[in-house]
Design a protein around this ligand. Sequence first.
Ligand SMILES: Nc1ncnc2c1ncn2[C@@H]1O[C@H](COP(=O)(O)OP(=O)(O)O)[C@@H](O)[C@H]1O
Ligand SMILES: Cc1ncc(COP(=O)(O)OP(=O)(O)O)c(N)n1
Length: 281
Amino acid sequence: MKRVKTALTIAGTDPTGGAGIQADLKTFEERNVYGMSVVTSVVAQNTCGVDAVAHQSVEMIDKQLDCVFRDIMPDAVKTGMIATRDMMVLVDEYLSRFPDLPYVLDPVMVATSGDVLMEEKSREVIRDILIPKATVVTPNLKEAGLILERPIETIEDMTDAAKIFVHALGAKSAVVKGGHLTLDATDVFYDGHKVYYYTKPRIDTKHTHGTGCTYSAVIAAELAKGSPMTEAVQHAKNFIHEAIYYGLNLGKGNGPTNHFAYRLKGVPDNFIDQPLSGGDE
Ligand SMILES: Nc1ncnc2c1ncn2[C@@H]1O[C@H](COP(=O)(O)OP(=O)(O)O)[C@@H](O)[C@H]1O
Ligand SMILES: Cc1ncc(COP(=O)(O)OP(=O)(O)O)c(N)n1
């Protein structure tokens, strides 16, 4: 019997819904995939920044993972914020049991607000333990630079970095995201054989909270449905571009993106008549 495809995100939370687990679940739903989530850290944050972080115990994360894996097997897994070494070792134990499970690793380290979301000493663990397990790793410029210990600033740097993630660090493929370039928003994907460039014009906006989470969640959803990697990355690029372009004008800081936009080609019908909730007047 046919059944719906499923994806699991293992990540931290965002009560304002723009980033983290909340963004991942919305994205899975938009891509017609049944979403599941394991919370690693509860993060009190909003569009202005992070106020507080409470890490879940490794025992509690283990119990959540166990509940998912012994009941509803995911067709793909995505990890976002995994703050500590012990959490990474635990996630690795589960991934090791299912070596064929598509795994999207978004190496979340620092939010755009500058708040640190991963212990510095865990960087080498993500590099040595989780990256070799990844079907695709999706760093932004800063994360690629911190992991590879070199500045990643140009398209050439991004291309070299994507190759290093695959050939030296053992990921199956890598996308280095160019959201923080100054010119066009070009992402560089390397599948171990060929380099692909995905370019969209830069949108002049400050409302980009959660772009990386959303982008990698699209890839996970597409892999859950069995799409080839190049198609998954193209969907992610189109999805995030629309999500930024049709911004929702929510929040007092760097607002969230519009998870409806790719499906609706814009904003929901009721959008115009709604009072703004905290956005620009
Ligand atoms: N202002 C923008 N205009 C167009 N695309 C953007 C913009 N900012 C980010 N993106 C795109 O959003 C995706 C996430 O990239 P990035 O912002 O670098 O990730 P992160 O949120 O992890 O820092 C990429 O596809 C990137 O090219
Ligand atoms: C819980 C949690 N995870 C990840 C992030 C970072 O989100 P990201 O998509 O990288 O985008 P920015 O919000 O940093 O622009 C987060 N804030 N919270």
